[in-house]
Design a protein around this ligand. Sequence first.
Ligand code: DX5
Ligand code: ZN
Length: 221
Amino acid sequence: MHKPILAPSILAADHANLAAGTAVVENLVRPQELAWVHLDIMDGHFVPNFSFGPQTVAALRPNSRLFFDTHLMLDEPHRYIEPFAKAGADLISIHIEPQYDHAGTLARIRELGCQCGIVLNPGTPATAIEPLLTQVDLVLAMTVQPGFGGQSFRRDVLPKITQIDTWRRERGLGFRLEVDGGIDLNTVVECRAAGADTFVAGTSFFNAADRAAFAEKISAL
Ligand code: DX5
Ligand code: ZN
């Protein structure tokens, strides 16, 4: 079982000073080698919202040693792999729902020197990503409909997390299993029990009175 990793989402940080958001994460998350930050990229098409693009990722890169966990919520992610890889993404995750060459795009992410992930929405069955499991470093199971921070955790996704974790064990695969949306110190325990090991937290992390204690609790799961 992988060690738990917290990946705070700077979608919930101050967008007038995102570098301060990554600095908060960098200063608090221990141990350093497991220090991730989650970057939510939205195109106004796949999701009804915008966030930021490769220029912002590139601007954050020199200020941070964090592992850039880059979640592309785009209709045409295959068109934007190169800019995000060049901007300094360490891992690039793409959604299964839009129609494009998923396997080819994952391979391209690898070719560009990044780790790759496949993402599925709450309503998408695990079978949709099953053929790609041997090709990925990470599976991201959305626990809200993507587009906005601060939504309520979708408990109905838990059996799907267990199914993906079961396939991982049965097949001896090493990908990380990440959850994203409505994760707090209560829902994270349910996700860990279901088999997840990588936890995105936006609102709950940035609003926590004691962020260091929040990060410590996740490391101890
Ligand atoms: C949702 C994003 C999430 C979001 C999570 O579209 O993919 O990463 O920032 O935010 P919280 O933790 O507030 O649900
Ligand atoms: Zn995300």
